[in-house]
Design a protein around this ligand. Structure first.
Ligand SMILES: *Cc1c(COP(=O)(O)O)cnc(C)c1O
Length: 302
């Protein structure tokens, strides 16, 4: 936010990890929530324009589950209204569309390397930007503004990644292609076996892309015999820990719910998605037996 001098209001999605909106509030910026697209669960570009005011300075979409946002439509709106675009790309490591890396869009893309992500350094992340002067600015902000032994150019904090985390990440990079390939396999098996189950909807891939299969989200719909929470509990009882990711909506947390854009009638797709979503276990160490067991529990109920 400081690198781009963002102030006022920023348009964002309520359907994300709470960090997305916290990054705004923490910097004294008001989030303005806009509903999501029912197919990708990403910020719906057709609803952005109506939320723009004189205070709007930026758009902060999320490539949710690693599905690329409609980057062309979003940039077109941003250009027309002179807004910055900051992608929360926490889920999007390795994701490409037919124009290359998804991370090259917007003014900044911010990655998370937290332990739960496709590529991780235990803790850490990266910011991707288009030019050297922006990189210099970010480097200053994350290292007390120090540029050499005797020069302090700007105020800054200690936002550096530790050497040990970076070293761990370098080791992980050696195995990343294999890890992504294994995730691809698991994704294909889930899709094959779950698609025919009545009331279970697998989110489709958004157009032509190389995905990272960071998550396997399903929507548990009303024609499934159990509610989403009943299925969640049933799996948990058998030691299968699925996640209601994202639930609750960011807009429902106490520090956000008073914003007028946070009201549920403004966010009907996000509200419905948060009520029905489950993310199933997916990671390179998931055994065939465990994968089979997850599928069997879901299928046996139907
Ligand atoms: C994990 C995540 C974050 C936060 O990442 P940290 O590395 O913990 O800072 C932000 N946004 C989304 C969408 C995430 O999934």
């Amino acid at each position: 936010m400081q690198a781009l001098n963002i102030k006022g209001e920023v348009i964002t999605t309520p359907y994300s990890f709470v960090a997305t909106a916290h990054s705004l509030l923490w910097n004294g910026i008001a989030p303005v929530f806009v509903d999501i697209d029912p197919h990708t669960l990403n910020l719906d570009p057709t609803k952005i324009e109506a939320a723009i005011t004189l205070q709007t300075t930026a758009i902060m979409p999320v490539h949710c589950y690693g599905h690329p946002c409609d980057v062309v439509a979003i940039q077109e709106i941003a250009d027309r209204y002179h807004l910055k675009v900051i992608y929360d790309a926490a889920h999007a490591f390795g994701v490409r569309d037919n124009n290359g890396s998804i991370l090259k869009h917007g003014d900044l893309s911010v990655l998370s390397f937290h332990a739960t992500k496709v590529f991780n350094t235990f803790e850490g992340g990266a910011i991707v930007c288009a030019d050297a002067s922006m990189k210099h600015r970010i480097d200053c902000l994350k290292n007390f503004g120090i540029t050499d032994e005797v020069t302090v150019e700007a105020p800054g904090i200690n936002g550096r990644m530790s050497e040990i985390n970076a070293a761990f990440g370098l080791l992980q990079l050696k195995h990343i292609d294999k890890a992504l390939a294994k995730r691809f396999e698991i994704d294909a098996i889930y899709r094959l076996r779950l698609t025919s189950i009545k009331g279970i909807h697998c989110l489709s891939k958004a157009g032509e892309m190389i995905a990272n299969h960071a998550y396997f989200p399903i929507l548990v719909q009303t024609d499934y015999p159990l509610s989403r929470d009943e299925l969640y509990q049933k799996l948990k009882d058998q030691n299968i820990f699925v996640r209601r990711y994202f639930y609750p909506l960011i807009a429902d947390f106490p520090m956000y719910k008073h914003f007028s854009s946070a009201q549920s009638n403004n966010l009907s797709v996000a509200v419905a998605s948060a009520a029905n979503i489950l993310c199933l276990p997916i990671h390179p160490a998931l055994s065939d037996e465990d994968l089979e067991r997850v599928i069997r529990v879901i299928a046996e109920i139907s």
